[in-house]
Design a protein around this ligand. Structure first.
Ligand code: PCA
Length: 212
């Protein structure tokens, strides 16, 4: 029986809701074949976000960690390929921090790659009718910060981890011109991310590259 920790970010930037937190709450009692899910909510705050997830890892001792955040404008669930060692916040985080071009970890490596099977995850969601694409940038705000910080903490541990961005909910698209996905589809998509992670200890070689 594998244990999967799935974390969701709180609302940020003045918003009242974050689909990551809402979806993760729905997953509390979701079932997996050969696994169980534990959850944790995460403040959108530099350093505190990483500390919160590390505390949850130490508490639950999971086999895998899936950190989740909202990506306004994206139409698909997007497992991230890479975290970079840069904090360049376009808006302040929830504690008012707004670093410009500072490292997440001083003297850390430039980047960490995900240790989740993102190609197998993408194929699984697509086969189940849920829009999913590999993303090659997690941005430079708190999501990338958390992705990098957790990957750095896990660098010498046998725990898989990766970050997944999800679209906005329909109720967040007040102007009616942004891509959205329903909460039920997002939650099922994240459940399948966890299931595919358990089912694929080694990733599959499927192209998911992009030409700019
Ligand atoms: N999305 C933001 C931070 C929290 C969240 O859900 C990001 O992409 O950095």
């Amino acid at each position: 029986m594998k244990k999967v920790l799935i974390t969701g970010f709180e609302p940020f930037g003045g918003a009242a809701i974050n689909p990551a937190l809402e979806a993760v709450k729905k997953l509390q009692n979701a079932t997996l074949n050969g696994g169980e899910i534990v959850i944790c909510d995460v403040p959108v705050t530099r350093y505190e976000a990483v500390d919160t997830v590390i505390a949850a890892i130490e508490k639950y001792q999971p086999d895998y960690v899936i950190t989740v955040g909202q990506a306004g404008g994206r139409a698909a669930i997007t497992p991230e390929r890479v975290a970079i060692n840069v904090d360049d916040f376009r808006i302040p985080d929830n504690a008012g921090n707004q670093p410009i071009d500072e490292p997440v970890v001083v003297d850390g490596p430039d980047a960490y790659f995900t240790t989740l099977p993102i190609k197998a995850i993408t194929r699984t969601l697509q086969e189940n009718g849920i829009p999913c694409q590999v993303s090659n940038t997690a941005g430079t705000f708190v999501c990338n910060h958390l992705f990098y910080g957790v990957q750095h903490y896990l660098r010498d541990k046998e725990i898989g981890h990766g970050f997944v961005h999800i679209p906005l909910l329909p109720e967040q698209d007040t102007l009616g011109n942004q891509a959205t996905m329903s909460l039920d589809v997002i939650a099922e998509g994240l459940r399948l991310v966890a299931q595919a992670t358990i089912d694929n200890p080694h990733d599959v070689a499927i192209g998911a590259g992009q030409i700019c």
